[in-house]
Design a protein. Sequence first.
Length: 74
Amino acid sequence: MNKENEVYDDDLQDEYDFSQMAGGVRGKYAGKYKDGVKLILLEPDVAKMFPDAQSVNDALRALTKIINQHNKTA
């Protein structure tokens, strides 16, 4: 579907008042996003395998080492 033709269905109710929400911080992750952190959506079956971001990063680092070793021997 083309983004221009996409219809946004906002189901947020008018009575929600986020100014009264405790702990809410506007732009909480804006700094990290600006610094080049990439946010990536994992498919549900993949996400079940990883409990947190650290485990995903560890797995990708291990895979990177394997790829680099394979490329050196090839």
